[in-house]
Design a protein around this ligand. Sequence first.
Ligand code: SOE
Length: 378
Amino acid sequence: MVGFKFMGKAHSHAYRDLPFFFDTDVEPVLQMLVGRDQNTVRLAAEKLGWLSYETDWRRLLERDDINVIDIDTPNGSHAEIAIAAAKAGKHVLCEKPLAMNALQAKEMWKAAEQAGVVHMICHNYRFAPAVQWAEKLIQEGVLGDIYHFRAQYLQDWIMDPEFPLVWRMRKEVTGSGTLGDLMAHSINLTRFFGREIREVSGLLETFIKTRPVGEMSGGLDAAASSGAVADVDVDDAAAALARFENGAVGVFEATRFAKGNRNGNRIEINGSKGSIRWAMDQMNTLELYLENDPLGIQGFRSITCTEGVHPYAGAYWPAGHPIGYEHAFINLMHEFMRGISGNGGNPSPSFEDGYPNQVVLEAIEQSVTAGAKVAITY
Ligand code: SOE
């Protein structure tokens, strides 16, 4: 695994806990952790349970006892590592957004496909049982024809103008701000629900134009690293209107400036027969409205997706016992390992899904530059 901060911790935990909950033909061995600084990577390897550590990711390519490379680095290095990994015959899991732009994403997808390795992108929210259940209901036609996808991803962790300019706010390293970091998750969810976007119109805003230079210190905390101040060149907030291939319309909003919203990832879908709502704050709950309910008792019902019938829920605890943020990563790793053992085909979301996601993100940026809506072809 390359990288060991927020996502590195989530992935390490998932690999370690996977055999605890799932019967699996392929059991992960945490062979080698890579980070740039010798001392910090050593400490991280000890804490997260890795057997060895290195400061150059290319070492991973040379080792025959390494079959999988997991990329948890800032977005700018995803393509180089993923393509090299695939060419070396290693299965690849990559954090989102897949790449810096659509072209890079396509190259990554093609490299993985040509090498015949299993490839997956880490859209963890897709693996909440309630989200999986929503997808099943939609595919079964329970909502009827879909008219609206409404997605918000709201955070507030950089609102202080003194919050340092970290890699997540440097275009050269991250590609975009809230667009790739947050809206990419929402686009992934709507694509999971089976719809491709054909046209977008976007809006981007940067509220705080300069910040003290700094570095992430873990989680979403950061510390100023010098007295220097630099320009912020990515979006603090993003919005997009979208038309889907089936005629549905989408409204997407992503921001790091919505006070009080720590990780407000929400989605609502309205169809001809009913509606669904899901929010990460109550990740085990799916709200469902059905028009066929008798008049007088119609209303959104709350389905607690902790029954054996709900995807993945049965792997954990008896009915009614909730799971959390980290378990969605375990569910995702379970699919990744099933792909590697040959029992699940190439799991989704794969690099093949990362590419259209990146096309949509890029089209939103193009629409902002052009001041016009942009038609999308994949
Ligand atoms: C930071 O905004 C972040 O960690 C994202 O990078 C993740 O994808 C999201 O799940 C939580 O917030």
